[in-house]
Design a protein around this ligand. Structure first.
Ligand code: BTN
Length: 257
């Protein structure tokens, strides 16, 4: 089934609905390897048999209950050094949608979406880069909507249904999220970098609050101060500002609220 929205400029200009794929990111990337699809093309699947998360993790989502989709854009307008602004824009689009429904929405660096201390959505951004340019970006989003039971090995999942006690119409949620994505990607394209950065920090989980981190196997107390445009986390540790890449620091748990 194919649908098309004429109102959006960047996101979800061409929508392909699939009943089942391995992973919408993998499926879209393999389609892009054999044909050029217009920027803004979205593949939505009711079920993923092998949904992928960050750092090789799996993304669990019960068939027909949640939103799992991927979109391609061609961000030739964005310097490679600023690539994390894409993750910021996508995270903020989810926050924009969720904050109207539930308070306590946060972005846990780099781009997990949290309600209080529980994860409601994950984002997997896969860039293909040539020289100093991002040629193609596949943005994968998994948002838990109507699922209320999760496998026990997931540390802290939640969903819109669990948070609100009601059921949501998946197509309606999809439309709204694509509209918010469109608006945030337009901000990115029109170089509203400062605005995106400020908004991202506004929703950043545990910013300016003490937290325990694991750095190279050592437990340290630190305070998150910033995230730069390349996506590094800037943490104050023992009165010194230190910069960390994704695999260089791990959150442990809160020590004070
Ligand atoms: C994470 O938090 O680890 C990222 C999860 C990203 C999951 C989405 S679901 C749609 C898209 N297809 C995938 O295989 N993964 C992303």
């Amino acid at each position: 089934m194919k649908r098309y929205s004429e109102n959006r400029l960047i996101a979800g200009t061409n929508i392909i609905w699939e009943v089942e794929v391995c992973s919408t990111n993998t499926h879209l990337i393999s389609l892009l390897n054999s044909s050029k699809l217009p920027g803004g093309t979205v593949i939505i699947a009711s079920h993923q048999t092998a949904g992928r998360g960050q750092i090789g993790n799996r993304w669990h989502s019960e068939a027909g209950k949640n939103l799992t989709f991927s979109m391609v854009i061609y961000p030739g307008f964005l310097d490679l050094q600023k690539q994390f602004l894409l993750n910021m824009a996508v995270s903020l689009a989810l926050v924009d949608y969720l904050k109207a429904i539930i308070p306590d929405v946060y972005i846990k660096w780099p781009n997990d979406i949290y309600i209080s201390h529980k994860k409601i959505a994950g984002i997997l951004v896969e860039n293909s880069v040539s020289g100093n340019q991002i040629k193609q970006t596949v943005i994968g989003i998994g948002l838990n909507i109507n699922q209320t039971l999760f496998p026990p090995d997931l540390p802290n999942p939640t969903s819109l249904a669990l948070e609100t006690g009601r059921k949501f119409e998946l197509e309606e949620v999809t439309e709204l999220i694509l509209n918010f994505l469109d608006a945030r990607l337009l901000q990115l394209k029109s170089e509203k970098f400062e605005r995106l950065h400020t908004d991202y920090l506004k929703y950043l989980y545990r910013i300016n609050k003490p937290y325990l981190f694991d750095v190279n196997g050592e437990t340290v107390e630190g305070i998150i101060k910033n995230v730069d445009d390349t996506g590094h986390l800037i943490v104050e540790i023992a009165d010194e500002l230190r910069t960390f890449g994704f695999k260089e620091i791990k959150y442990l748990y809160e020590i004070w609220n």
